[in-house]
Design a protein around this ligand. Structure first.
Ligand SMILES: [Zn+2]
Length: 255
């Protein structure tokens, strides 16, 4: 019975939880920006691990595989449900894993040069994706509304939900390609790069939770220009921060 309930829950969440995070453009922006902050020797190693591909081009792989039966269990690695004011180590653990433990696990496998090529390649793809996800505030969300998926609303007149607005809506409304968006936001001081990189996955989780008041500040359920104007710079800032931090993680793991 327990197994049946677990299976039904997976199906339920899979249908209801649109967990692409940042959508395709957002994830590519994170990868594209990170690529520019890699140490030259690390960039060479990254290229070798990815068989010559760039970080931006592998950033969405984890979303593509989710639909396959054999990868269904990975659904849980894209997010964490956590209550206000709770630290990771106090939180109720998701038994199939969560984004924090997944980032730690893939960091270990990527840095282990004794592991085979495909295991390390997969770990790198996961890290590129999950560093993006953890900077989307609703991937550290409330269980009660499934990270905003249950908050149904309209986005410029179309049926949507709060999670999707943050994954895709706020980014796609800018109508820029991933390279155009990256180039338009990639202005950051050396000091800022250091400050952002001088942090760990627990800091990123705590930080994501502090943005809840902004995300949930809905004056109506019919969102358009005003919500976009209030949040677009913030979203872009999160993408930039995620890219810079991803580079920091890779520089440290592959040095
Ligand atoms: Zn994801």
């Amino acid at each position: 019975m327990k197994n049946l309930i677990a299976a039904l829950l997976v199906i339920f969440f899979s249908i209801n939880h649109n967990l692409s995070a940042w959508g395709q453009t957002g994830h590519r922006v994170v990868g594209h920006i990170a690529q520019q902050y890699l140490d030259p020797t690390v960039a060479k190693k990254v290229s070798k691990i990815l068989d010559g591909r760039k970080l931006s081009m592998v950033a969405n792989w984890c979303d593509h595989i989710k639909s396959f039966k054999e990868h269904e269990h990975t659904f849980w690695w894209h997010f964490i449900n956590i209550k206000d004011g709770v630290k990771y180590h106090q939180a109720k653990h998701q038994k199939n894993g969560d984004i924090i433990e997944a980032i730690e696990r893939f960091s270990k496998t990527l840095s282990n040069s004794k592991l085979d090529h495909s295991a390390r390649q997969e770990s790198l793809k996961w890290l590129v994706h999950l560093l993006g996800d953890i900077h989307q505030p609703l991937h550290a969300g409330h269980a009660k509304d499934q990270g905003g998926n249950l908050i149904k609303l309209k986005w410029f007149g179309k049926e949507s939900n709060l999670h999707e607005v943050w994954d895709v809506g706020l980014i796609d409304y800018q109508n820029l390609s991933f390279t155009e968006l990256s180039d338009s936001i990639n202005f950051v001081s050396v000091k800022q790069v250091q400050d952002w990189q001088d942090s760990d996955v627990y800091d990123w989780l705590d930080e994501a939770m502090t943005y809840r008041s902004r995300v949930y500040d809905l004056k109506s359920k019919d969102l358009s220009y005003v919500y976009q104007a209030h949040n677009v710079e913030f979203v872009n800032h999160q993408l930039l921060k995620a890219g810079v931090r991803l580079a920091g993680v890779l520089n440290s793991l592959l040095k």
